[in-house]
Design a protein. Structure first.
Length: 241
């Protein structure tokens, strides 16, 4: 992770990190002072953790739990919103058959899709793909207990938007040429309108659909994390309150 965390995020990360572990005698509270400048990256946070007596592994886990990483691409201009969103968490809980079933029911309820389910005992993989792209949930064992990964990839929407934009540009170019033949140079006035339409029209349709799905992905990640937290051992559950 190369992104930097601001003051509020740093405070949240250290609070979650210290809640993940049992208090250690002599452990000092990490300062969330206002002199962070452009923020702190993960390596800097882990160095501070060592200085104040907090397990840097817990800081790493808390930072990754906080992260929701949208990724863009040049074609995203035709959608108007990030088309890749990803959230990861690690929790001190063991995935048994009962919890696996509860998680699967939660996924299907939030996403309103049956999806394709894979994974053996102790893990769960769920996915669904359509013309917009794919939604993927992976819950697997980790050193901390269980890792939760929720991803939305909607690259297909970008390609659809680009194709629609190209069609509009093609039809618009013919309209501009026709206008030039009729009214001369004034026909060029249509060109900016065509260019804007080639972007605005796909955005108005696909952007709304992708935004709805990325919001659903974020809601799903929050619900699954809450469900996993509710099944943690008493000591860990108390630490997360």
């Amino acid at each position: 992770m190369s992104r930097k965390f601001d003051e509020k995020e740093v405070a949240l990360i250290f609070r979650q990190a210290t809640e993940l572990e049992s208090p250690v005698e002599g452990q000092r509270e990490a300062s969330s002072g206002s002199d962070l400048g452009g923020g702190l990256d993960l390596q800097e946070l882990k160095e501070i953790a060592v200085q104040v007596g907090v397990d840097p592994i817990r800081v790493d886990q808390a930072a990754r739990s906080l992260m929701i990483r949208p990724r863009g691409s040049p074609l995203s201009v035709f959608v108007g919103t990030p088309t890749h969103i990803e959230m990861e968490s690690e929790l001190d809980v063991t995935l048994n058959d009962e919890l696996r079933g509860d998680l699967l029911r939660e996924i299907r309820a939030v996403m309103d899709r049956q999806g394709v389910t894979e994974g053996q005992s102790g893990s769960l993989e769920w996915k669904v793909e359509d013309e917009l792209g794919g939604r993927y949930v992976t819950i697997s064992p980790s050193s901390a207990g269980t890792r939760l990964s929720v991803i939305g990839r909607f690259k297909s929407a970008e390609h659809v938007g680009a194709a629609v934009g190209a069609m509009i540009m093609g039809a618009g170019a013919l309209a501009v040429l026709g206008s030039i033949q009729l009214v001369g140079a004034l026909g060029f006035l249509l060109a900016p309108i065509v260019a804007v339409g080639a972007i605005v029209i796909p955005r108005s349709i696909l952007g709304r659909l992708v935004t709805r799905e990325t919001q659903r992905i974020s809601r799903l990640a929050t619900r699954l994390r809450a469900l996993l937290e509710s099944r943690q051992p008493p000591d860990s559950a108390e630490g997360n309150t």
